[in-house]
Design a protein around this ligand. Structure first.
Ligand SMILES: *[C@@H]1O[C@H](CO)[C@@H](O)[C@H](O)[C@H]1NC(C)=O
Ligand SMILES: *[C@@H]1O[C@H](CO)[C@@H](O)[C@H](O)[C@H]1NC(C)=O
Length: 246
């Protein structure tokens, strides 16, 4: 009898010491790591998120950066952006069964930009997307038959030119303004159009926001202007990850 009693004691002690992991069945994750905002590794970094804030979502943004040219030969002026947003929070390393390696997570923006067409209603005969109906339907993004990214929302500039994010089924509305920017890392993906990766940004809420106060644009790929070859509007495809805090 004695050995059995000891065994029972030892077993229950082990069970009590086991970490509480609230994961789905068949999914054993010993440490769930809180996602850490990526760094450029350069001499200048974006400010860290306030320690009191929670990460609400990590999104993949996939769309276009708009530019206007008033005169050939001068630099193009940034004129807003449009992007579909897909949820990639669960793909961050060590979150659960769907998590990717750090390398694959950091390369998601490249993978989407190089292997999938821009998920907007693009114009056939002129640059950019439809002015009246630019967004494709609210549907997941499938990458190379391997990854399914759930639809999360939209990024656009409102009628007053304010960068705005609408996501999570109406739970987050974030009109915002730029608080800080840094160049993308030197090795960042220049995109299929070869123009370069747009900078990393830190944006803060404007009046009317709810559900989130700050968003970072990091791990950018593509999106830099083609330059001013002719007067008018132009756009460049891009992807980025957007990190929402609140
Ligand atoms: C990143 O993705 C691109 C596009 O799919 C691919 O060509 C490249 O090999 C990937 N790089 C890494 C380091 O995985
Ligand atoms: C960007 O250009 C597209 C057309 O290419 C248009 O649908 C969209 O409204 C523009 N967005 C901004 C912010 O200018």
């Amino acid at each position: 009898m004695l050995p059995t009693a000891i065994l029972v004691l030892v077993t229950s002690a082990l069970a009590a010491a086991a970490p509480v992991a609230d994961q789905g069945p068949g999914c054993e994750v010993d440490t769930v790591q809180a996602p850490a905002l990526p760094k450029t590794g350069g001499s200048k970094e974006l400010p860290d998120p306030d320690s009191g804030l929670a990460l609400k979502h990590i999104a993949l943004g996939f769309g276009i950066q708009n530019y206007t040219c008033t005169k050939p030969g001068v630099a193009a002026t940034a004129a807003g952006a449009l992007a579909m947003l897909y949820d990639i929070t669960h793909l961050y390393p060590k979150q659960g069964a769907d998590s990717l390696s750090a390398q694959d997570f950091n390369n998601l923006t490249s993978k989407a930009l190089w292997t999938h067409k821009v998920p907007l209603n693009m114009n056939r005969h002129e640059p950019g997307a439809s002015r009246t109906n630019p967004f494709t339907r609210d549907a997941p993004l499938h990458l190379q038959g391997q990854l399914t990214l759930p639809f999360l929302g939209h990024h656009y500039f409102d009628a007053a030119g304010v960068p705005t994010f609408d996501l999570d089924g109406g739970k987050i509305h974030l009109p915002c303004s730029k608080l800080a920017s840094v160049d993308a890392p030197v090795g960042a993906d220049k995109g299929p159009e070869g123009t370069g990766a747009v900078g990393w940004l830190y944006l803060g809420e404007k009046p009317g926001a709810f559900g989130s106060k700050y968003v970072y644009r990091v791990l950018t790929a593509g999106g830099v202007s083609h330059g001013c070859n002719q007067v008018g509007t132009d756009s460049t495809s891009y992807t980025a990850t957007y990190w929402f805090y609140g």
